[in-house]
Ligand binder design. Structure first.
Ligand SMILES: *Cc1c(COP(=O)(O)O)cnc(C)c1O
Length: 387
C-alpha cells in the first residue's frame, strides 16, 4: 500500500532509468516514451548537456534568496527578452504559478493606472491553466472545481464562440487568457486569424492578452512560441513545462507596459529562479532557440502528421481526427481512449490522454526519425488489432 494520497489514478509501472526517447521499467522492459513527463523533457531523458549543466552548477551554488542578485537568472531572462516580445520576466517553479502570476500582473497593471475595478479574467470554458485555486476557476471545468468552493473573478466563453466571447466582455474585464493550443482540452489549435482578431478586440476594449504557452511553448509547436507565426504580440505569457527540460521552472513573460505595475513587494517566490534551475534553463534555451533545431522539429512534425493521417485513412472507424502542431499531437478516437492507450503501452509505447477522447503524443523535440517510425508501427498495429 502506498502512503501517497490517492489524488492520482496511477498506472502500475515505474522506471529505473531513462535515456533520450526511452524509459526502462523496474521490471526490465524498454518503452518508447512519447509522454516525456507531459511535454516537460523537451530534450529527452538524461540529456548529457543538461546533466553537465546541472552537475557543474551543483558544485557552485544551488540556492540563494531573491533578496540577492542571481546572475544565472539575469542571463536567462536576457536571452528570453532578446528572443521574444517580452521586456521582463519573473521566474517561478511551475505552470500553475506562472498562470497565477500572469493574472496578478494583469490586475496589478490596471490598479497601477488607477483602474482597480478592472480585475476580471475571461477564459475558455474547459481550458487548462493549472491546479491552484485561482487556476482551476480560470479553467472553468466542473470536474476540477467541484468541492473547492469558489474563487471569483473569472468569466468564460466556449472555444470558437466569438459571439459569446464578445458578449462576456465588460468594462471590468482586465484580460483574456487562452492557451494558444489547448493541451489537456484535446489539442485544439487557435487559428492565426483568431489570434489576430483577439489582439484587435483586446486593443479596442483596452484589455490585456494573456497567451498560456505552458504546454505549447518552448519549441513544442515548431516555433519557439505557438503564436509566433500569427505575428500577434501578447501582453503576458506564462511558460513552464519545457523550459526546465525536466527541472521544475515556470516563468511569466511580460511587455514593458504591464511590467510597470510589478514594483518591489508585489510578488515573490522562495525557490523561483534559483541558480540550479537557471543553469538548466539557460542550457535548454540555447539548444531550443537554434534555428536548425526548430526547423528539424517542423520537418519531423510534418512527417509524423502525414503518416498518422495515412493510418487514419486506413482505419476510419477507429480514428476520427489527427490534431496538433509541431510535436504536440493528438489522435482523436471513435473507440475507447483508455483501452487504446493500454494497448499502445502493452506494445511499449507510452502516450497520455487528453479531453475529447484524444490520445496525446508528446515526443521529445530531439526525437529521431527512426523512433517516430517505431511509434507509427505500434499505432498501426494497435489499430489493426482493435479492428
Ligand atoms: C500543464 C499546464 C499548466 C500547469 O502547469 P503545472 O506545472 O502543472 O502547474 C498550465 N497551463 C497549461 C496550458 C498547461 O498545459
Amino acid at each position: 500500500m502506498s502512503a501517497l494520497a490517492k489524488n492520482y489514478n496511477r498506472k502500475n509501472i515505474s522506471f529505473k532509468k531513462g535515456k533520450g526517447s526511452f524509459l526502462y521499467s523496474t521490471n526490465g522492459k524498454k518503452y518508447l516514451d512519447f509522454v516525456q513527463g507531459i511535454a516537460v523533457n523537451c530534450l529527452g531523458h538524461s540529456n548529457p548537456e543538461l546533466v553537465k549543466a546541472i552537475n557543474d552548477q551543483s558544485k557552485k551554488v544551488w540556492h540563494v534568496s531573491n533578496a540577492f542578485r542571481i546572475p544565472e537568472g539575469e542571463k536567462l531572462a536576457k536571452k528570453i527578452v532578446k528572443k521574444t516580445f517580452a521586456n521582463s520576466v519573473i521566474f517561478q517553479n511551475s505552470g500553475a504559478e506562472a498562470t497565477e502570476v500572469a493574472i496578478k500582473v494583469a490586475r496589478r497593471y490596471f490598479y497601477s493606472i488607477g483602474k482597480p475595478k478592472k480585475t476580471r479574467i475571461l477564459c475558455i470554458k474547459n481550458s487548462f491553466h493549472g491546479r491552484t485555486l485561482a487556476a482551476i476557476f480560470a479553467s472553468g471545468s466542473k470536474k476540477m472545481t467541484e468541492g473547492f468552493g469558489n474563487v471569483g473573478g473569472f468569466d468564460h466563453f466556449a472555444f470558437g464562440d466569438h459571439n459569446s466571447l464578445k458578449k462576456k466582455i465588460t468594462k471590468n474585464t482586465a484580460a483574456i487568457m487562452v492557451e494558444t493550443i489547448m493541451g489537456e482540452g484535446g489539442i485544439k489549435v487557435i487559428p492565426d486569424w483568431c489570434l489576430k482578431d483577439l489582439r484587435k478586440l483586446c486593443d479596442k476594449k483596452n484589455i490585456l492578452l494573456i497567451l498560456d504557452e505552458v504546454q505549447c511553448g518552448i519549441g513544442r509547436s515548431g516555433d519557439f512560441f505557438a503564436f509566433e507565426r500569427s505575428k500577434v504580440k501578447p501582453d503576458i505569457v506564462p511558460i513552464a513545462k519545457g523550459i526546465g527540460g525536466g527541472f521544475p521552472i515556470g516563468a511569466v513573460l511580460m511587455n514593458k507596459k504591464v511590467s510597470s505595475g510589478m514594483v518591489p513587494g508585489t510578488h515573490g517566490s522562495t525557490f523561483g529562479g534559483n541558480p540550479l534551475a537557471m543553469s538548466v534553463g539557460n542550457k535548454v534555451i540555447d539548444i531550443i532557440t537554434n534555428k536548425k533545431f526548430l526547423n528539424n522539429v517542423k520537418s519531423l512534425s510534418k512527417y509524423f502528421l502525414l503518416n498518422l493521417q495515412k493510418i487514419k485513412d486506413k482505419y476510419p472507424n477507429i480514428i476520427k481526427q489527427i490534431r496538433g502542431k509541431g510535436l504536440l499531437i493528438g489522435i482523436q478516437l471513435y473507440t475507447d481512449q483508455s483501452f487504446f492507450i493500454k494497448k499502445l503501452m502493452e506494445n511499449r509505447l507510452l502516450t497520455i490522454r487528453a479531453s475529447e477522447n484524444v490520445v496525446r503524443i508528446l515526443p521529445p523535440l530531439n526525437v529521431k526519425k527512426t523512433e517516430i517510425d517505431l511509434a507509427l508501427k505500434i499505432i498501426n498495429k494497435v489499430c489493426k488489432d482493435i479492428k
